[in-house]
Design a protein around this ligand. Structure first.
Ligand SMILES: Cc1ncc(COP(=O)(O)O)c(C=O)c1O
Length: 401
């Protein structure tokens, strides 16, 4: 009997070693890649060289966009894009996002105005976006949550009819597709990707600004260079946002493998869904039909009443089984200390609040074995079977609430 008990109730943990929630995906680095590294290190160009040019060209072709401007991080890409637009006023954005979305607006003096999300897709809802737009709105900054496309056409037509630029925080979405089959990256005025270690494509740290606007791309290349157009007479308050050559080389090394890695991630997600689809109290992020998410994170919503445990209790019990989880994005921006000034009362963003409270990211690793997915699902199911006992533990201070 003990064997079937969850670890939190004294059973044997399902996993003998802790499984992380994610791990960087990197293509094997054989002699060919070492030769590239040697070439870079001996070229005399550790930045602004042939690797950067090649990477930008290859990413632009992969996405199907005229320009891909590589920078040192996704945060830098967002910040420099907003700087180039030189806007004043309010930025309408979701509160349910990573802090960098808001920070980029604040570093440019823009005031956040939070729009609520759809409770199933977790993306900013077009209706809520329309309600948040006022005469002071300078920009709409939408997000593709966890790599699944937001309702971009609806939001874009709202922006176009009001003459407001739309910028898309696509940090997690490189390789994802819109419902029309086109790759994420060519909509709005610009779409900004992150290439940090947790992203589907990484180059250590980095970012890409994808845009079909040639003037913006030109200005961004100046902005990432301190605002210096080359004559030492800065034309805007740029930053050092350059991507190093070694990072660009790693990005080029990884890019050809991205479609295969995304297919592996989808296969693992399908397995999770198949195992857990009938579990009352657990629901998966809804992806628009015919769209493709990168599944940068695999998120489930935990309904305390139906599952029998809160999200935090489930996370605590899973940790005892050796399963690491994350709570993205909790707290949402409007509950974070740096956004105190823009806090809104409970009930104003009801879907943001309930999703942030219920969401849990489960492990999704490169080349994940299906057995491992099955073990994690078994852990979830046996925890659920014993939810009443675990809940009782929590009432006596034993479980992570
Ligand atoms: C939605 C979102 N925006 C922006 C960023 C920032 O990207 P970076 O870490 O490359 O600066 C992230 C990073 O995870 C993100 O998830």
């Amino acid at each position: 009997m003990r064997a079937n008990k969850p670890a939190i109730l004294g059973g044997t943990p399902i996993l003998s070693r802790d499984v992380p929630v994610t791990r960087p995906t990197v293509a094997p680095c054989g002699p060919e890649f070492h030769r590239v590294m040697d070439r870079v290190l001996n070229s005399g160009f550790l930045t602004k060289g042939a690797e950067l040019e090649g990477f930008e060209r290859e990413v632009a072709a992969f996405i199907g966009v005229r320009n891909a401007v590589a920078v040192s991080s996704g945060t830098m890409g967002l910040t420099l894009t907003l700087r180039c637009l030189g806007l004043l006023g309010h930025a309408v954005m979701p509160s349910f996002t990573f802090m960098a979305t808001g920070h980029a607006a604040r570093w440019n003096g823009l005031e956040p105005r939070f729009a609520d999300i759809d409770p199933h897709s977790f993306a900013m809802a077009p209706g809520a976006t329309a309600s948040a737009i006022t005469a002071e709105t300078a920009l709409v900054l939408a997000v593709h949550p966890f790599g699944a496309p937001c309702e971009v056409d609806e939001i874009e037509s709202l922006c176009t009819s009001r003459g407001i630029p739309l910028v898309l925080d696509a940090a997690a979405a490189l390789g994802g597709c819109y419902p029309d089959g086109t790759r994420i990256g060519a909509k709005g005025l610009a779409e900004i990707f992150s290439l940090s270690p947790t992203k589907p494509l990484t180059c250590g740290e980095g970012g890409i600004i994808a845009t079909n606007n040639d003037d913006l791309a030109k200005e961004l290349r100046i902005a990432r260079e301190y605002g210096n157009p080359g004559n030492q007479d800065s034309v805007l308050l740029g930053l050092n946002g350059r991507m190093p050559e070694l990072s660009a080389a790693l990005g080029r090394h990884n890019l050809p493998r991205l479609p295969e890695w995304l297919a592996q991630r989808r296969e693992a997600v399908t397995r999770y869904q198949r195992n857990l689809i009938d579990t009352a109290g657990l629901t998966f992020q809804r992806i628009p039909p015919t769209a493709q998410s990168t599944y940068k994170d695999l998120c489930v919503m935990v309904d305390r009443e139906l599952f029998g445990l809160s999200r935090d209790m489930l996370a605590g019990a899973l940790q005892q089984e050796g399963v690491t989880t994350r709570r993205y994005f909790d707290p949402p921006l409007h509950r974070q200390a740096a956004y105190r000034q823009w806090a809104v009362p409970r009930g104003v963003l009801p879907c943001t609040e309930s999703v942030a409270e219920g969401i849990l990211s489960l492990p999704l690793l490169p080349d994940m074995a299906m057995d491992l997915v099955d073990q994690i699902c078994s852990a979830i199911l046996r925890i659920r079977e014993h939810s009443a006992e675990i809940s009782g533990l929590s009432a006596h201070g034993g479980a992570d609430e």
